[in-house]
Design a protein around this ligand. Structure first.
Ligand code: GDP
Ligand code: IMO
Ligand code: MG
Length: 421
């Protein structure tokens, strides 16, 4: 059976280069849909030297014929969404009749951001290093059944009642440095609702109908599998399920055949605190950071850099049912004489089959590396994997063999065209 559903999922700690691949594939897709996360994501697309960073919008927006969906599994900060839409309009991108936001998606308010910041400050040196975009508090409200959802905007009176009640609760919280002005917030949301006119919809029904009709849908992952609230380096994770299972509940579609594309860098990065077994906290890590321009697309923070972690990547590939891999940023390693890859984790001297469940065990892990020769050649012009230097091809084969999954795309630069296939 032909798959109509394809997913692009990060296999590590986010920022693997998902946005670029989604943009490339979106040209042939009828729908691109985000199923989780919020404006903590930062997905970069570079077309003809023009850089676009999307936080809230799906990365299919640059293709005029592609429809875009923000699913029920997302938390949506409406001012950010509108700002992004306006930025795109300035570039000539029109979104009318091609952007749909789920009426069941959670609205992320400014008070969620404030609560995120306060929670981080309270944690002191144990802080998670969140993006401070309010993600944890917004998802907490959702599972606590306190959320106000996009669909509530259709009934202004009820919306006002719900927001007023929630803000009164928030304003009464201990440690709140100021009080949110309820009337000001209400006025703002009346305006925001008007600007989303015609876009708030039952996106589950839209996608179900599209799939029944044989239309192609691309589910765009945000964050990475190692930031998954259950399977990541808990508690140094985001607050949503970032792995494949959430595609179905986060979009409101039935489980079905999935072409599950995993994205991993040719090395590894993570932003924020938490376990990172292959981290290079040294000069080489700094060199990779500079060469790869590893500074966060959302917060501008320097990303921590390290060698490729095949143990974590295999764990993620299994969780996601990965059927093909996009290895990104191979070009960043062009100058290195030797490259290491982590192939085993030892815990108390014994090999373990995958990442541990606790942060305490993560602290005790000893990663085991294999060393491969570098290729020390420019790869930026390669458009076919067979055009790459032999040592680069051998590096790719090593990864394929370890993971048991073919590498079908290799990123060799930031531009849309810079992909060897
Ligand atoms: P995402 O969150 O997974 O979409 O990734 P980000 O956009 O946050 O970070 C990836 C960064 O790497 C962006 O700045 C991209 O422009 C850049 N990038 C993506 N693929 C490649 C590649 O193959 N080579 C190089 N040099 N940069 C890339
Ligand atoms: P994309 O989609 C990289 C990280 C944060 C922090 C942790 C929790 O661009 O790959 P949160 O704000 O979600 O509560 O922060 O998760 N994080 C990301 N790191 N890329 C992302 O998204 C991320 N989204 C969240 O840095 O460590
Ligand atoms: Mg990113």
């Amino acid at each position: 059976m032909k798959n109509t559903l394809t997913a692009v999922l990060g296999l590590n700690w986010g920022d693997e280069g998902k946005g670029k691949l989604v943009d490339i594939l979106a040209g042939k897709m009828q729908f691109v849909a985000r199923f989780g996360g919020g404006a903590n994501a930062g997905h970069t697309i570079v077309v003809d030297g023009q850089k676009v960073v999307l936080h809230q919008l799906p990365s299919g927006v640059l293709h005029p014929q592609t429809k875009n969906v923000i699913g029920n599994g997302c938390v949506v900060h409406l001012p950010t969404l509108i700002e992004e839409m306006e930025e795109l309009e300035k570039l000539g991108v029109k979104l009318t009749n091609r952007l749909f936001v789920s009426d069941r998606a959670t609205i992320l308010f400014d008070f969620h951001k404030e609560l995120d910041g306060l929670a981080e400050n309270k944690l002191g040196d144990k802080k998670i290093g969140t993006t401070k975009r309010g993600i944890g508090p917004a998802y907490s409200d959702r599972v606590n059944r306190k959320s106000i959802r996009l669909g509530d905007l259709a009934n202004p009176e009820k919306f006002a009642e719900k927001l007023r009640a929630r803000l009164e609760e928030v304003n009464a919280l201990e440690g709140m440095p100021f009080k949110f002005d309820v009337e000001r917030e209400l006025t703002l949301y009346v305006d925001l609702a008007e600007r989303l006119e015609g876009m708030i919809a039952d996106t589950s029904e839209i996608l179900q109908a599209a799939i029944a009709d044989g239309k192609t849908v691309l589910a765009e992952g945000a964050q990475g599998s190692m930031l998954d609230v259950d399977f990541g380096t808990f508690p140094f994770v985001t607050s949503s399920t970032t792995t494949a299972g959430n595609i179905f509940s986060g979009l409101g579609i039935a489980p079905q055949n999935l072409e599950s594309i995993g994205v991993a860098k040719a090395y590894t990065t993570r932003v924020g605190a938490g376990p990172f077994p292959t981290e290079l906290d040294n000069e080489l890590g700094e060199k990779i950071r500079q060469t790869g321009a590893e500074f966060g697309a959302t917060t501008g923070r320097p990303r921590r850099c390290g060698w490729m972690d095949l143990v974590a990547t295999r764990f993620a590939a299994r969780l996601n049912g990965t059927t093909a891999i996009n290895l990104t940023k191979l070009d960043v390693l062009n100058e290195l004489e030797e490259i290491q890859v982590c192939t085993k984790y030892l815990l108390d001297g014994e090999e373990i089959s995958g990442p541990p469940a606790t942060v305490e065990d993560y602290k005790k892990i000893e990663p085991v590396f294999e060393t491969l020769p570098g290729w020390q050649a420019d790869t930026s012009a390669a458009r076919k994997i067979s055009d790459l230097p032999k040592n680069a091809q051998d590096y790719i084969k090593f990864i394929e063999k370890y993971l048991g999954v073919p590498v079908k795309w290799v990123g060799v630069g930031v531009e849309r065209e810079a992909m060897a296939v």
